[in-house]
Write a protein that binds this ligand. Sequence first.
Ligand code: XIL
Length: 355
Amino acid sequence: MLFYVVLFSTAISAGFINAQNPDSPGLKNLAIKHNLLIGGATDLNHDDSNEEQLIINEFSILSNENCLKPNKTQPSRNVFDFRQSDYFVGFCKKNNIVAKGHKLIARDFYLPKWMLDPGLTDKELHDILVDHIKNVMGRYRQGSEYGEIKYWDVLNEVISDAKIYESVFKRLGKNSDGDYNYWELAFRTARAVDPNCVLIWTEDNIEFDYPKADKLYETIKRLKSKGVPIDAVGFQCHIGFNGQPVPDFTKLADYFRKFADLGLYIAITELDVSEKLNQVEIYKNMMQVCLDQPKCISWSTWNVVDKYSWRRNLKDAETPLLFDDNYQPKSTYYGVQEILKKPNINSKNRILPHY
Ligand code: XIL
């Protein structure tokens, strides 16, 4: 009887989505035929079972949105707050979804105020970076009772020297190649905490800002030649954000190839597309360019349903995602589905990194 009740209630909650979308085999099932992970981003803080059910039906990877950023995980020195992230990682574990962590070290905007205190010595700052990674990553390392984070954005938005990308960790100086010491320190510390985690360096705008992409490429090349453990490069892809240009997809494929030739995986980490652009075509191209590159292993939107999009909150875009305010798949969804349904010769060479 209990078995029957459980089955029945599961069918009802799953039915909410499937009834509206009877033909949908779920993006994750299509993507896995290409050995590709597909997902979105949310802290799961909306107390919204429809959003959760949608994620379970459609996605194989999920990033947190804010709850694992340094300003959330370590709001005061040596005081850690894992309440929301435990829920997030636990949800992924329970539902067999790969949890992706965002982000260990970032620019000042995402750091707690206390980390920016000019009174901290360089030695203290060094230890703060190491201890932060050890504590946050350590909580969800392989075998953790709280669940595992198998992909981590170790560095995010730190390659540019423009004012808005300021990072207090620059105070730790540069090496003889001119690379900031904290870049290497962050990756080496992360590798020591969890040797099997996929360590990602993710940046904004590199899908269209070629000098920035070149700088990242040269930097990662140099660091990797010294054995710095960088596994993947993340392209955020907030397309049309702030009126920025649509990427040239041929060039994007070239950049994917260049990074792949360095031995890196490629992850599309934060995709969303302004509805003022040719949204469906852009989504299709973004999936195609990923499938055409065997090293492209994960493809994720930033947020899940339009009503929770960060871009709606910023009034930059109203409907930038695959699902509308009522959890329904949109033309963007069907565009992505169309590309995933086609066989791709490259997919047999795509090998997901596993534990
Ligand atoms: C955004 C969140 O979505 C917002 O809720 C928050 O107020 C600001 O940060 N690039 C990133 C993400 O790396 O961390 C940002 O997330 C979106 C842009």
